[in-house]
Design a protein around this ligand. Structure first.
Ligand code: BV8
Ligand code: ZN
Length: 249
């Protein structure tokens, strides 16, 4: 059962005109996908700079390719959880609503969210490391062979690695949401990675009510107006049910 959600939060939400949500790996945890910085997370087993960076790919492309193939196989057998579905429902409950995600698994889209702002790209698509051309051929998830582009370049997953710029348009849109919304959720993210972690701070500075849904304390818990120390799959369906009971504006 979600920890007691303050009545005032539901009150604020029922009157909200524009809701923004930033999600991180924690939202996919209850679908069975490891997070990065939890004690059993990916970064406890792998070195991010070796596996999620341009230098890492250049120094050992096979190791990086293998790691993404392993993650793609994990993601391939997962399904959205109640938290993803609740966010997809929330999209229809406000005059303006934007979902911004750091996740690359596309479970939000599978759950029915559309126009998802993917700050860190996605693990499903691929492009050429050399000429950047999108690589449209089906990837054999069991293959250790790095496919080649017709320019001869190696193919890589279309995620944003450390040291790489985020897609400019997506970042600009996300910053606009943070500036304009009246309520901003930070859900399932440790808020350690920038510029994504700036978004709740921008929202707060621009007068939004900021809400954190996370079983643990994060680097930005201190700025929150509301903190719900529970999981997303528990909390979000409960918020949706409470909102349905109230007349929205
Ligand atoms: C950039 C790849 C401009 C995709 C990722 C030095 C050199 C270069 C850059 C930097 C530098 N110093 C700082 C930087 C900037 C750097 C950065 O922020 N580094 C940090 C670590 C200090 N950022 C960048 O490099 C970005 N680009 O700035 O470009 C630039 C250019 C050149 C030089 C400088 C700057 C690029 C950032 C994107 C990096 N790519 N991954 C992939 O393979 O997935 S980041 C990686 O962390 C993931 O993508 C993930 O999205 C991201 C954030 O992690 P979270 O989603 O928050 O996950 P985490 O495990 O941390 O936390 C999970 C949370 O969930 C926890 O709080 C937990 O309590 C909670 N939780 C658990 N279970 C649940 C739950 N919550 C709810 N319910 C549950 N059930
Ligand atoms: Zn190419």
């Amino acid at each position: 059962m979600a920890t007691a959600i303050e009545k005032s939060l539901i009150e604020i939400l029922s009157k909200a005109n524009w809701v923004g949500i930033l999600t991180g790996a924690g939202v996919s945890a209850e679908s069975g996908i490891s997070t990065f910085r939890d004690p059993d997370g990916l970064w406890s087993k792998f070195n991010p700079m070796e596996l999620a960076s341009i230098d890492g790919f250049m120094s050992n492309p096979e190791r990086v390719w293998d790691w993404y193939q392993y993650r793609r196989n994990v993601i391939h057998s997962t399904k959205p959880n109640a938290g993803h579905y609740a966010i997809a429902e929330m999209q229809k409950m406000f005059p303006y609503f934007n979902l911004i995600t750091q996740n690359v698994d596309r479970l939000h889209q599978t759950a029915g969210s559309d126009d998802v702002l993917e700050l860190h790209g996605n693990i499903i698509e691929n492009h050429c490391f050399q000429c950047k051309k999108p690589y449209k051929q089906e990837i054999d998830l069991s293959s250790k062979e790095i496919p080649r582009c017709d320019c001869g370049g190696m193919i890589r997953p279309s995620v944003v690695w450390f040291g790489e710029n985020l897609p400019h348009k997506v970042l600009a849109q996300s910053e606009l949401v943070a500036q304009k919304c009246d309520v901003f959720f930070s859900i399932g993210t440790s808020a350690e990675v920038y510029p994504a972690a700036n978004l709740p701070i921008i929202a707060k500075k621009n007068g939004a009510k900021v809400i954190e849904i996370n079983p643990n304390v994060t680097a930005i818990s201190y700025i929150m107006d509301y903190v719900i120390r529970d999981t997303s799959a528990e909390t979000l369906p409960y918020i949706v049910e409470e909102l349905k009971k109230r007349p929205t504006n």
